[in-house]
Every structure is written in structure tokens, then in C-alpha cells.
Design a protein around this ligand. Structure first.
Ligand SMILES: [Zn+2]
Ligand SMILES: [Zn+2]
Length: 317
């Protein structure tokens, strides 16, 4: 079998489109008939679908230029010759791509410049299969694709990288659901699941900045960002400060506009760098909320709750 190392033989995401449509319709109908748990709101679903469409268009516009860079690195500078037909090559790229995704996703939450491009995925206050299609329009501009270039440098053929990236995106589709509560324990231990990803989409302080996994949840467990969903605190979805807006342009660009306004009012290099690359919510005087401040306040409240109540005063004899 010969496989083109540059042009992918197939695109997993394009192949999965009929599956996306069928399963979203099925989730809406089954929820309406009371068979499963799922919350849909027409205008929210419309926004998610439009964001998915816009993301595909943005990807088509910029994807070609980005692919050229990967092909150039692989063609001229690859360290090893990795055959696309070897099983071990697919095992290796599965692991390397998935860990790359973890760090891309973590960066996309912890630093505002990249958050500006990823925030739209978290802008829905619902958690359903349509939410999965709420994808970025500005990922190409944010430059996070650079993180995938070392794979081309190692020697993984560009077509292989593209296919594995697509497989990861398709995998992450089905976990955007409230219909599945928990899967068998061994599966929850190794793989990203609806339960783990609900935590990732939650705005509760307890759940902030957790579960960045793509396919394997092991990276979160290894790098200390894993938080389990607890029945005692159901996730509330969306952003810490919700947009309350279904306008796709605002969904796609609101954080970039926020950065622009902050930069216009900056008075020093420290402020410029803080507004661009600090955590989302960073401000020079610390007056705005970041997930660290929200989490610290939540921990204080929890600690206060856990402290034993003061002993009743001793009765006077
Ligand atoms: Zn995210
Ligand atoms: Zn998601």
C-alpha cells in the first residue's frame, strides 16, 4: 500500500459531517421525548452551527498556507524517515499528537492571547453535541498550529499529522453531551469522556482550568490538571462572565476586541505584556477576576465550611 505522505488520503472531519447532523437531530428528538438529558435552545444551536461553518471557512482560507510550512519542514529538515504504513508510527503519532493537543489546549486557557481564539468554544451556556461544533475562527492567526510543526521536524509525514489531528477532533465531538453520565471505570481512567469534558466546560470555581485532554485523560492526571465531576456540584456551563449574546461576530471576536481596548489604554510595556500574555482577567492592579482569584476565594469558602463550629460558651456555675 502506498500512501501520499503530503496530501491526506481522507479528512476524518469531513467524513464525520453526516454523523454530526444525524446525532444532533437524534439528541434533540430523544431529549424532547424525555428519553435522555439534553438542553437545546434554538438560537444557541444556530450560533454553534454557524461558528462551525465559519471555522471551516477560516480553516480553508488559512489552512493551505499553514500546511505549506509543515510540508516545507518535513521535506527539507526532517530528522527521521517515518513510514506511514508502520503500525508503530500510528501509535507514536497518536500519543505525541494527543500530548501536543493537551499543551495547546492548556495554553489556550491559561494565556489571554490564545484564550481570545479559543473562548468561543466555551461561550455556550448549554452543553450538547452542537456545542462541539462551536469552533474557533482565529486559531490560524493565534499561531497555535506552530505547536504541531515539531512533529513534521521529527519526521511524521504531513498527511499523517493532518489525519491524526482530524481523528482527535472527531473523537472530541461525542463527549459534548449530558446524555451519558459515566462510562466504565477503566474507560474513565484512560480516556476523555463526557463526564471529564463537562468539568472542562463548567464555570463553577471548583472546576475552572481543568481537563484539557483531547483523547486521553492521562495527560491531565500526569500534569496535575485533572478534576473529577462530583454529583454534589453539577457543572454550570459557559464563561465566568457570560456573553449573553448569540451574534456570531461578537462570539468570534469579543475577546480580541477586549485585548485591543486594553492595549489602547496601556501605559507601560508591563501592561502591554500582561494584557496580551497574562492569564485571562489579568489587570495591572489585580482588580479584575482571574480563575486563580476565583478558585482561591472558593477554597477559602470551603475551608470556612470545613472548620468546626465554635464551641458553645460554658454555662456559668
Ligand atoms: Zn477549552
Ligand atoms: Zn469542548
Amino acid at each position: 500500500m502506498t500512501l501520499d505522505p503530503i496530501k491526506p488520503a481522507f479528512d476524518p472531519v469531513t467524513l464525520a459531517i453526516p454523523l454530526f447532523v444525524l446525532t444532533i437531530v437524534a439528541e434533540i428528538l430523544l431529549a424532547r421525548w424525555g428519553k435522555i438529558k439534553a438542553a437545546y435552545e434554538a438560537r444557541d444551536t444556530a450560533t454553534s452551527l454557524m461558528m462551525g461553518l465559519g471555522s471551516t471557512i477560516a480553516g480553508a482560507l488559512l489552512g493551505g498556507a499553514i500546511a505549506v510550512v509543515g510540508v516545507w519542514i518535513w521535506s527539507n529538515h526532517r530528522i527521521f524517515d517515518i513510514p506511514m504504513t508502520a503500525w508503530w508510527a500510528w501509535v507514536a503519532i497518536f500519543l505525541i499528537e494527543d500530548m501536543t493537543y493537551y499543551w495547546f489546549h492548556r495554553l489556550s486557557h491559561e494565556r489571554r492571547f490564545w484564550w481570545a481564539s479559543h473562548v468561543n468554544h466555551h461561550s455556550s451556556q448549554h452543553y450538547n453535541l452542537a456545542t462541539a461544533l462551536r469552533q474557533t475562527w482565529t486559531g490560524g492567526v493565534a499561531g497555535t498550529w506552530l505547536l504541531w510543526l515539531p512533529m513534521a521536524l521529527i519526521g511524521f509525514p504531513p498527511a499523517m499529522i493532518a489525519i491524526q489531528k482530524g481523528i482527535s477532533l472527531v473523537y472530541q465531538y461525542w463527549i459534548h453531551t449530558e446524555a451519558i453520565r459515566k462510562l466504565p471505570r477503566w474507560f474513565e481512567a484512560v480516556f476523555n469522556t463526557p463526564s471529564h469534558h463537562r468539568v472542562h466546560h463548567a464555570r463553577n470555581a471548583r472546576y475552572l482550568d481543568a481537563n484539557y485532554a483531547g483523547i486521553l485523560i492521562i495527560w491531565d492526571r500526569m500534569f496535575g490538571t485533572f478534576i473529577a465531576e462530583t454529583d454534589a456540584e453539577p457543572p454550570r456551563y459557559g464563561l465566568v462572565k457570560n456573553l449573553g449574546d448569540f451574534n456570531i461576530l461578537r462570539v468570534a471576536f469579543h475577546e480580541w476586541i477586549g485585548i485591543g481596548k486594553d492595549l489602547a489604554g496601556s501605559r507601560s510595556l508591563r501592561e502591554v505584556l500582561g494584557y496580551l500574555f497574562g492569564p485571562p482577567g489579568w489587570s495591572p492592579d489585580g482588580s479584575r477576576e482571574t480563575s486563580a482569584t476565583l478558585k482561591a476565594r472558593w477554597q477559602e469558602r470551603e475551608a470556612a465550611k470545613a472548620e468546626p463550629a465554635p464551641a458553645p460558651p460554658l454555662a456559668a456555675e
